[in-house]
Design a protein around this ligand. Sequence first.
Ligand code: CIR
Length: 259
Amino acid sequence: MLTAIVREPSASLASCELSFVARTPIDLALARRQHQAYAQLLSDLGLRIVTLPAEDALPDAVFVEDLAIVLDEFAVMTRPGAASRRAESASVAQALSRFRELAWIREPGTLDGGDLLRVGRRLFVGASARSNAAAVEQLRELLAAHGYRVTAVPLQGCLHLKSAVTAVADDTLLIQPRWVDPAAFAGFRLIEVDAREEHAANVLRVGDRLVHPANFPRTSARLRAAGYALHTLDVSELQKAEGAVTCCSLVFAAGRAGA
Ligand code: CIR
């Protein structure tokens, strides 16, 4: 069974970190409703939901994806690139430790989970302002024995690698070619976002289903035309905080005590 760890939006969400998105007012009540609908959809798709309480002093704490990389063998707790986000780790580590042994990215490494794209045994790591070469080296050391291949990928113009490219199947990626060079993903089938939908490359894969933001209908149509079963969700308030759909959950097959 798949499990998703999520966390309710913080009362201070409006003070979130922003890098490539201009600050506009966030309707917190709407953000909370959108997040509830997100968790409900994951539950309707058959996932067991573990909901962490809001961390009201930590504006970006809803974006749990950035705190960990959950593999079948163990989980790696990241060390987020934004210092304001490092205190989000403790509660995520506590929740994850029910399901996985934990390893940790250590200083001087910094890594945001949003920079980690896993497709099978391939791990692509965005060389963003949040994730550095020291963390890539640490990941390589942690994962070499388990047969994962770790590749750093240059980025431009966006926050995280998964702002620019996500997996829709084991052999197929959805990509925004302005932000990441498609040549980095040789051998994969690539579906490009519609050029008018700049932020549309972030799609959440849940088993054989996809969850995509509702405000990218042209790219959604491309995915449907390619044969994918797609659910769309309005996540406008989370997008204003430079988030999207992958960033609000950690999805993994349960193991250990959670099995
Ligand atoms: C940040 O800048 O860290 C948050 N405002 C947004 C994080 C979004 N995370 C993600 O896409 N994985």
